[in-house]
Design a protein around this ligand. Structure first.
Ligand code: PLP
Length: 406
């Protein structure tokens, strides 16, 4: 028995029978990360969130008032599921300019974050027992979504320049009903690694050869702070096999939940049909606000400011770790995005075992096993986020971790 709002209420005794599809299947990396982020005393190397100082709250407040006064009906009434037309046009234009994504046969659907774009794509494509091949390690949210549709998720190992092509082809040859290859070619979450242009082309050719679609997830592409931008896989898409997903989460703010999918019309029609079942449409007020924001500020300068801050934090974290960590711990250097990936020399070590101990000392990371495609496997790696902690926390957290690991 417990109290809620002063009233005594009964504890629920019902035993809920959750679906086998989404029921708890072991380690919950996302949940764990969120629970630690709530504790302000813990240094948040485990997070996956932007530095909140870059949120353009004042400009958004000003534009929000304008929209609500001048265009209240559009902002507040039900709207169409495909998304607010000006934002669809803007997203198409920017994606073409920034990474060559989008052709005549493609359409844009606005989604509630990139996460919904990936989830609905999985929902329209996957039957129980179909296979998704994914970079290993990969984003836990997407892997969780694919598994919730009872897909067989098969990993192909990430290398410094992208996925291992031999393993990728092998998976296409031997696995049953491979529906799509899921990849994060720019600053993969969790490894921070980027797929080279050469490999992007080979991935495209391999997928075309085996009749496998590509889901290209690109939330971090615009956060490159060193080196040259590489065209998206979608930019080679003459055959209508690439579903491109991106988002405004990392370049405006994640709480707004605005993302988009660019894909051939036959696919977007199906996405739109299915999206209606879930949320009718993405929050239209925020779609308008994003459009107004991007059009009324110097958006490239806004992104440059974010990149400059992240470059500084990433460099600081790299230099602190390189200075303090034992040399046998491998740190993958990042040229953008939000993460560093560290690997311990002991191959039989499972970093999940260390997680709660470092947590007690005031710093948390995400253990590598949260990102492995095969949940029976362990990992001797862990992910560190450099965007959320302050520079002071980066120095202090690196100290704590190196004292622990060395
Ligand atoms: C690789 C990747 N894809 C998709 C997402 C989902 O982002 P959002 O739904 O906020 O656009 C994230 C979030 O961190 C991510 O890291």
């Amino acid at each position: 028995m417990w109290h809620w709002g002063g009233k005594q209420i009964l504890e629920v005794t019902m035993e809920y029978k959750f679906s086998d599809k989404v029921g708890n299947k072991g380690f919950d990396g996302l949940g764990l990360m969120m629970s630690y982020l709530k504790n302000p005393d813990i240094i948040p190397f485990a997070g996956g969130s932007p530095d909140s100082s870059v949120f353009p709250n004042k400009k958004l407040a000003e534009l929000a008032k304008d929209i609500l006064m001048k265009n209240p009906v559009t902002a507040l009434q039900y709207n169409i599921p495909i998304g607010y037309e000006p934002l669809r046009e803007l997203s198409a234009k920017r994606s073409k300019e920034k990474c060559g994504a989008g052709r005549d046969f493609d359409r844009v659907v606005i989604t509630s974050g990139g996460a919904q774009g990936i989830d609905i794509t999985a929902r329209i494509l996957l039957n129980e027992g179909d296979t998704v091949v994914a970079e290993n390690p990969s984003f836990m949210g997407s892997i969780g979504s694919f598994k919730s549709f009872c897909a067989n998720v098969v990993g192909a190992e990430m290398e410094d320049d992208g996925v291992n092509l031999e393993q990728l082809e092998n998976a296409f040859k031997i696995e049953k009903n491979v529906k799509f290859f899921y990849c994060i070619p720019n600053f993969n979450n969790p490894t921070g690694l980027t797929t080279s242009l050469e490999k992007r082309k080979k991935i495209y050719e391999l997928c075309k050869k085996y009749g496998v679609l590509i889901v290209e997830d690109n939330p971090y592409g615009e956060l490159r702070f060193s080196g040259e931008a590489i065209p998206s896989i979608k930019s080679f898409d003459e055959d209508g096999i690439v579903i491109y997903v991106s988002s405004y989460s990392k370049i405006i703010a994640p709480g707004i939940r605005i993302g988009f999918v660019i894909a051939p019309e036959k696919i977007t029609e199906e996405i739109v049909r299915v999206k209606q079942f879930g949320d009718l449409h993405t929050n239209v007020f925020w779609q308008m606000l994003v459009t107004e924001f991007v059009n009324s500020v110097d958006f490239d300068t806004h992104i440059d400011n974010i990149k400059n801050l992240y470059a500084r934090k990433c460099t600081l974290m790299m230099s602190e770790l390189n200075k303090k960590f034992d040399k046998s711990i491998k740190i993958a250097p990042a040229k953008g995005g939000m993460f560093l990936w560290c690997t311990l020399p002991e191959t039989d070590m499972d970093t999940i075992e260390l997680f709660s101990i470092t947590g007690e000392r005031g710093v948390v990371f995400i253990p590598g096993m949260s990102f492995v495609t095969d949940s029976r496997k362990t990992s001797n790696s862990f992910r560190l986020n450099f965007t959320m902690p302050s520079e002071e926390q980066i120095i202090k957290g690196s100290d704590i971790l190196s004292n622990f690991f060395n």
